[in-house]
Every structure is written in C-alpha cells, then in structure tokens.
Write a protein of this length. Structure first.
Lengths: 388, 274, 302
C-alpha cells in the first residue's frame, strides 16, 4: 500500500477542471489556425478565392525595398488584384512531381500561373495539362522580342509567354581561384578540387559539358553525350565536384565553400552586390541559353487576373524595373531604352549578358528537345551521377 | 572511482553536452546577426532589430502557425487514441495483447521514409489529394505509437488498488476512473502530448510527401537555402527553445513523476528500507 | 444462484470494453500503417503504364528487386555503415554521460535529463543549417583545427577531405550522431535506474577495478537500454534524409535520398517501392536481432 493517498476530491476536481480548460483553450487556438491552414493552402480543389496565385523561382522579381515597393506590391496597388506570389519552385522536377498527381487526375491546381523552363513547358503541352493563355487580353504581347515569338516548344504561341531568359555559365570567386576562368576545363582543375559544383538542371550542366566536348546541343544524341557523362561521373567520384545544386550554389559561393561553379547569369549579377569578388563568364566553348515561361495549368480559374498580370509585366517601364533587379535577359522590347534613360541603371543597358549582341548570340546555344524515352534515359544516367 | 576516472567522466560528459548544444548556440547567436543579404549564415554584426520584429518574415510566420496547428491537432488525436489503447493493453487480459503491442510499436522502428512512401501510395491510390487532411492523418499515426507506448508504461506502474478503493466506496467504475486515475495520469498524458507535439512539429520526411501545397515549418526551412534564410528563422527557433526550456523547468520543479515512478521503483535507501 | 440479466450484461460488457477502447487506434494502425505497407508489395512488382501518368499495371516483375539491389546495394551498405558508425561513437559518449547522470546526478537527475532532451525539441533542420555554418570552409571548427595544426593529421586519418569538413562523410556522421545522442542517453539512464549503487559498492569491496565494475555490473544490467538505444538511434539514422542532404555531397547520399529521388524526380514508383521494402526488410532484421525474444516490454523506452 503506497504511503500516500490521493488528496480529497476538491484537488482532483480542480485538476479535472484545469484539464477541461486546457482542452477548450487548445480547441480555441486550434480551430482558427487550422482553418487558416486549410484555407491558405488547400489543394485539390483549385483556388476559389479572389486571389491570383503564381508559383515561380526565387530571386526572379524586384523585391520590396524600404520606400520603393516591388513589382508585386505595385501591381496589387495599381490593379487591386490580390496577387499571391509564391517563390516555391526550387527544382523543376520536384515541382512537377508535386503537381503531377493533381493534373494527371484532371483536377485543378491552386496555382493560376507558373513559371517553368521551356523544356517543362514542352512536356506539359504534350501531356495536355495546360490551358491556352488568355493572350487576347494581353495587348502588350506586341512587346515580345521577335526571336522569342512562336518558339519551337510552342509554335503557335498559345500556351506560354516568356518570363525571363538567361545564360548558364561559370560563376566563380576570383580571389578563391586566384585567376580568371574562361573554359569548362577550368572547373576540372585539380587545384580547385572539392570547391566546384554543378547544377542539378541537367540541360544546363550537360549542355555546357557537351559544348566543351565540341558537340552540337541543338540536336543532342545519347551516343554523343556518353563521354561527357563519364567525365562528370569521374569528377564526382574523385571529389572534384563538391555538390550538385539548385539555386543554393549562391550560399556556398558567399560562404566561401565554393571557388567556382556552374551558375546563372542573373543570379551572379545580383550576388556581386554582396560579394564583389564574384564573376560570371560565358565559357569559350559556349554558354547554354535557356528561357523560363509563364504557363497556366488546366482548370485555372483566374484568367482575367492572369491576363492583367501578364499585360502589366510586359509594359516596358515595369519590365525594365524587373530587369534592373534580376539582371536576366528580358523578353520585352524597349527595356534597354528604359534602362538607358535612368542614370542609376544606364550601365545595365550596355550589359552584354542582358542584351547579347550578335557576337555574344553566336556563343549562346539552346538545348534541343529530347523525346520522352530519350529523356528518361538521360535522367536516369544523370541521376546515377548526382545521387551517388 | 579514482580521480582519473572521474576526470574522464566529466570530460566526456562535457564533450557530449558541447556536441548537443553547439548548433543550438550558433542558432541563438545568429538570431542577433544583421545579415547583409538574404541568407543569415555569415556573421556580419550584432543587432537587436530581429528580436523587435520576430514575425517580420510573413511566409515563415505562416509556416510556423501551420505547423503549430497541425502539431496540436495531431497530438490531441494521438493522445486520445493512444490513451484508449494504452488503457486497454495495460489493464485487460486480452489474448492478442502481445501482437497488438507489437503492431503499436512497429511504426517506431521504421525509418520515416518507409511510412512516407507507403502512405503516398495509399493516398494516390484512393485519390485523396495531399494537404492538411493527409498531413493530420499521417502525423497522428506516428504520434499514436509514441503516445500509446508512453502511456502504457505509465499505466503499468500504476497501483490499481486506488481505483478499486474508490469503487469499494461506492463510485461507479467510470467515475472512479475519472476522479482517481485520470488526474494521477495527467502528467503522463501531458508528457505523451508534448512528445507527440514535438514529433509532429519537427517532422520533415513524412510531411514532404504528404503536404501537397501546404507549407509546414520544416518544409519551409528545407527550401530556405534556395530562397532566403531570414534572421527570423533563428529568432523563432530560439523562442521555441526558451518556451521548451521553461516547460521542462516547470515540469522538473512541480514534482512531476521522476524516472523512478516511470519504471515503478519505490524509493529505497541502500539497505532496502522504503 | 442464476445470474440476473443485468449481471450477465455487465459481464459481457466487461469482455468487450477492452476491444472497444482498442478499436479506433487499431483502425488507425491497420488502415494507415499495415495496409499501406502491404500495398507497397504489389506496387513493387508493377510497371508504370506511361512515364508521367500515375497508373501502374501489375506484372509480377521480380526483376525490379534485382535491379534495385544491383544499383543501390552500395548505398544501402553506406547508409547502415554511416548509421552504425554514428551509433557506435554515440554510445561511447552516451555511456559515460548516462552513468554520470544516474550515479552522480542525485536530485539534479530530472534537470540533467531535461538538458539532454532540450536540443531535440528545436527543429532539426535549423540545427542542420547551424552545422553547415559551423563546419563550413571558413567556419569556426575548421579554424580551430587549423590553429591547433591538426589539419594534416585529420586529412591523413580521412576525417577531412582536402582540408574540408563540410560535404564529407565525417560531417554526415557527426550530424547523425548528435541527432541520436538523446535517444541513446535516455534509455541507458532508465536502464541504469535498475542498478542499485550498493551493487557497485559491493563490487568495489570485492576488489573489482573500475573497468571490471563496468563490464561485470553496469554493462550486463544496462543491456536493455543499449537495445532500446539502437532501436531508437541506429534505425532512424539509416533512413535519415536531412543530414546527407545538408552536410554531405553526392558521394554521401543515403538510401532515403535515393528513394526520394526515385519517387519524385525519376518518377519510378515501382523501383522506389522495391527499395523501400528492401530497407524495411533490413530494418526488421535489425529489430529482431535486438529483441531476440525479449519483447518490447522489457525495453526502457522513455
């Protein structure tokens, strides 16, 4: 028999009361937050609220600065449309895996617009998972640069509208490398062992390697890619390549964990503001030119609002503001003149990475299309390298 | 034990605590950092500004609240279901007791990726979209096992004679349970609830498969490297740490059952006298 | 005396109430755990109908398992290797600490245990992010090693790779280790609770030195704690995702990363299911080895 008996009922009654109180309090806290969670991110039922929801990559628009609202805020203010701008695409393939179950079952997504690479656009068009864009309500489409109109992945310009284009090349810290880099071979320099990274974006990494191997990437073939795959695999096994990254090569460049890597032109231009020793260079053998495009998934409901957004960002003044912030290749005509007008951004108007002239355009190549079965083979081989 | 032994013991314990607290210390430190760019990973300078605006990152705050709500719901569900199971397993002489006990414990022994894959296959198969519901279902599942086992252990060390005494004094079984056992079980319920809460709050693998478009805090943090690690991340983590520490201190000082009671050992002095 | 209907009903109710209490939880476990797990078996023997669709067709294809074992056998080996290393080192640290808490802690025991558990109440993603700062090329740990001139020695031992600590097996094992520590210490403390100090005093009186006191008294009596620690430490570590992702490189990927990649990037659900079941089988083997007829009741789970 234990030495202590429970205290008289008043104390246990008090405990019961406290328990009930706690339960009620928990319920009171729980209900609204759970409702908020459900409302703010319900999936599978589309987006019934008045919000325009857009998913895109990070570092892709001018952010809010004190005293200078960014494009998203200004759009909301100018049009009154509630835009939900989600920078939640980290890796294109993982994003596809997220949306696949919905779209394959014929259900709408939360998103009304998504910004994805052109090769993903091609895949989605082929699968029939996209709505035609409401381009009739986008008069500013006349401002689209001619060389991006009616592209190979969307010959009738029905499903996609370019957001930004850019260049995959070599990003490096000149103090860390001790010299200027110019060639893909420099990434394989033993002196840089363990301080080099490559992109998980297969077409960018393999495109650059194939170009360095003298191959034509506008019509990529499996056989021609084997030496490059082998070279990459060996570098990974040797420890030459520290990591395969998405956008997060930036952290490692800033933290000094990377001396050189494959990176994107606009990202590095933005990072230079923080770390002046960073450089971006288009390799001698050529850089990979890519385009990210705006797409509308099937079942999206806010067509009018999406059209308003697309029209707004194709206004040269607004497009110039975005271009000045992200420093990628703008798809809008007239941006260069806009930038030249403002002394703060005049230097950018002469930036050959943002406005490639004829000579630079010769050095840039787009990765050609891969059939479904080819792509599966390439992806599997690439995964065997990046996943160890 | 001789002097060298004691020194080694102290040194080893100190090293272990250092390993445990190194990342925590760095996190607290960086909550006072003024980062230049979007990533609060390099020390730039001391500031209190982050602490004045702990909710300054709206996406982070939203993810935090989502995780909070989910963890509360999952913990309540787990303690309820697990408590009922524990009651049955500890008190009744069921024939399948060992098998059921094994089934309860089995999810604990699997790596999370196994549960995640199995559940994803299930929900895709029955066409249940991933979101708050699937999150709640999956979280309550793995919390259920922890809660049930914790409560079973607490109940096992329980003296049933107290409740029997109440019944002998005329109380019906349910009232005897509610007024005698339940209050004494309260610390155990709280412990199981807190354990379930923290497991759910911190869950990453299962959430990444089950969340759909919902963003819980760990999912937000996983993408943060690509996007932004605001100082608010470290501030909120430090706040959680302080609250947890306060709760732990409270639990220790208010005389919650110590380990002895949990393993059902009465206090004895070295000569075996109670 | 014939039993009254009310007494009979009471007897029947008494037989049913255990099952009534079990029912909801059992439903949860069967529906959300056992059945989905079993459902992976037919999936692993199926083939996808199209590359991007969700439908699969059952073909009874055992070859998937052979392909998976061939392609990912080394990664499985590596995963358990890393986890075992982390657990082994963890136990070397956990035993002294558990001993100190149990036999030197006195009335501070609950507080000390609380201090051991406290870090695991913070987000382990934030802790992994913190480790990347600590172990980075310009971070404090490497700076310390350099100031103590230990870099060359550690390089030789294979602990550093070309003078780097981040994105190496060492960093991954370190992360796995610190995650596991509370789950190794706690069961050991609980197990050692059953060891009365008088046993150690008696052993000392019989002229047993510190080492023999450990091997003959502490070790055998704390074995249940060891088993619990391995269950709660090694097995989750083998399936860890975050540590290899943040602290490792492509040469340090573990099996959970691979399953994730197979499912979400390569969209090969049958292969992912097969690899998951192989992992499950290995884990079950490890669990059975630990339990060996003892049953979970004998383990001091916290």
């Amino acid at each position: 028999m234990p030495a202590q008996l429970p205290l008289p009922s008043s104390q246990s009654g008090r405990r019961l009361f406290l328990q009930r109180l706690a339960a009620t309090a928990a319920g009171a806290v729980l209900a609204p937050t759970l409702l908020q969670a459900c409302k703010g991110s319900g999936s599978g039922n589309g987006n019934g609220s008045g919000e325009l929801v857009m998913s895109t990559f990070p570092l892709y628009i001018d952010p809010d600065a004190p005293g200078a609202p960014g494009s998203v805020s200004r759009f909301r203010r100018d049009t009154g449309i509630q835009l939900r701008y989600l920078e939640d695409i980290n890796d294109t393939r993982q994003f596809f895996a997220r949306i696949r179950p919905q779209l394959a079952a014929g259900r709408p997504l939360v998103q009304d617009l998504m910004v994805l690479p052109s090769w993903m656009a091609q895949r989605l068009i082929g699968l029939g998972w996209l709505e035609p864009l409401p381009l009739a309500q986008v008069p500013n489409i006349r401002n689209l640069v001619p060389y991006l109109a009616n592209p190979p992945w969307d010959p009738q310009q029905r499903y996609s509208l370019p957001w930004q284009s850019g260049i995959a090349g070599i990003a490096y810290n000149i103090k860390a490398t001790g010299r200027e880099l110019a060639r893909i071979d420099d990434l394989f320099d033993p002196a840089l062992r363990g301080r080099v990274s490559a992109l998980l974006e297969m077409r960018d990494t393999m495109g650059l390697l194939l170009l360095a191997d003298g191959q034509d990437i506008s019509q990529p073939t499996w056989a021609a890619a084997q030496p490059s795959f082998a070279r990459l695999e060996q570098a990974r096994k040797d420890g030459q390549i520290r990591r395969f990254t998405g956008n997060d090569y930036q952290n490692d460049l800033l933290a000094g964990n990377l001396a050189a890597c494959i990176g994107w032109s606009g990202d590095v231009a933005q990072l230079v503001l923080e770390q002046p020793d960073l450089r971006f260079v288009v390799p001698e053998s050529g850089g990979v030119l890519w385009s990210d495009v705006m797409l509308m998934p099937k079942g999206a409901q806010h067509r009018r609002e999406a059209a308003a957004w697309m029209n707004w960002v194709y206004e040269p003044v607004e497009a110039a503001r975005i271009a000045a912030a992200v420093q990628y290749i703008s798809p809008v005509v007239g941006v260069r003149q806009q930038l030249a007008k403002d002394p703060a951004t005049a230097a950018l108007a002469a930036n050959e990475l943002m406005f490639p002239d004829g000579a630079m355009q010769q050095r840039l190549h787009s990765f050609g299309p891969l059939s479904e079965s080819e792509e599966a083979r390439w992806e599997e081989r690439f995964a065997s390298i990046t996943e160890g | 034990m001789n002097r060298i032994g004691n020194v080694l013991l102290a040194a080893s314990s100190a090293l272990t605590f250092a390993l445990l607290y190194a990342p925590v210390a760095v996190t607290v430190l960086f909550s006072f950092n003024a980062p230049r760019g979007r990533f609060n990973l390099l020390w730039q300078g001391f500031t209190l500004a982050n602490w004045r605006h702990p909710l300054g990152d709206p996406a982070l705050t939203e993810a935090f609240l989502t995780s909070l709500a989910l963890a509360l719901a999952a913990a309540l569900l787990a303690v309820l279901l697990g408590g009922l199971m524990a009651l049955s397993l500890a008190r009744a002489r069921l024939r399948g007791r060992r098998v059921i006990g094994l089934l309860v414990a089995l999810p604990l022994t699997n790596p999370e990726i196994v549960l995640a894959t199995a559940l994803l296959n299930l929900f895709v198969g029955i066409d249940l979209p991933r979101g708050p519901l699937t999150l709640l279902l999956s979280h309550s599942l793995f919390c259920l096992s922890y809660a049930a086992l914790t409560l079973k252990a607490r109940l096992a060390g329980f003296d049933p004679s107290l409740e029997q005494a109440a019944q002998d004094l005329g109380a019906p079984p349910l009232e005897a349970f509610a007024r005698v056992t339940l209050p004494l079980l309260a610390p155990g319920l709280l412990a199981a609830g807190l354990l379930s809460f923290s497991l759910s709050f911190d869950d990453f693998v299962i959430s990444s498969f089950m969340a759909g478009e919902t963003v819980t805090l760990p999912l937000y943090l996983a993408g943060a490297f690509q996007r932004e690690i605001s100082p608010q991340v470290q501030v909120l983590t430090t706040l959680v740490l302080l609250v947890s520490a306060a709760l732990l201190l409270l639990a220790t000082l208010s005389g919650m059952p110590t380990l002895r009671k949990a393993v059902d050992l009465p206090r004895r002095d070295p000569f075996g006298r109670p | 005396m014939p039993a009254s209907p009310r007494a009979e009903a009471a007897v029947r109710a008494r037989r049913f109430w255990p099952w009534l209490l079990l029912a909801p939880g059992l439903l949860w476990l069967l529906g959300l755990y056992l059945l989905p797990l079993l459902g992976l078996v037919p999936l692993s023997l199926s083939e996808p109908l199209s590359r991007f669709g969700l439908e699969t067709v059952f073909r009874g294809r055992l070859a998937t398992y052979l392909e998976v074992l061939q392609a990912y056998g080394p990664i499985l080996w590596r995963s358990f290797g890393y986890a075992a290393s982390a657990t082994a080192i963890g136990l070397l640290l956990a035993y002294p600490l558990a001993f100190a808490i149990r036999f030197r802690g006195g009335r501070w025991q609950p507080l000390l245990i609380g201090l051991v558990v406290l870090p695991s109440l913070t987000s382990y993603l934030v802790r992994a992010i913190a480790w990347t700062s600590l172990l980075g090329d310009n971070g404090p740990v490497l700076a310390l090693l350099q100031s103590l001139d230990l870099t060359a020695a550690f390089n030789g031992l294979g602990l550093l790779r070309d003078g780097r600590l981040l994105n190496t097996p060492t960093a991954v094992i370190l992360g796995l280790l610190t995650n596991q520590l509370p789950f190794l210490v706690l069961p050991l403390v609980l197990a050692m609770e059953r060891i009365q100090p008088c046993l150690l005093e008696a052993a000392a009186d019989l002229h047993a030195g510190a080492w023999r006191r450990f091997t003959q008294v502490v070790w055998p009596l704390s074995r249940p704690g060891l088993a619990a620690g391995i269950l709660l430490g090694l097995i989750p570590a083998a399936g860890d995702v975050v540590n290899p992702l943040f602290l490792g490189g492509p040469n340090e990927r573990m099996v959970a990363n691979t399953i994730d990649n197979l499912l979400l990037v390569q969209l090969q659900a049958p292969r992912a299911a097969a690899l998951t079941l192989v992992l499950m089988a290995l884990v079950t083997l490890a669990v059975l080895l630990q339990l060996r007829g003892r049953g979970l009741d004998g383990l001091p789970l916290p």
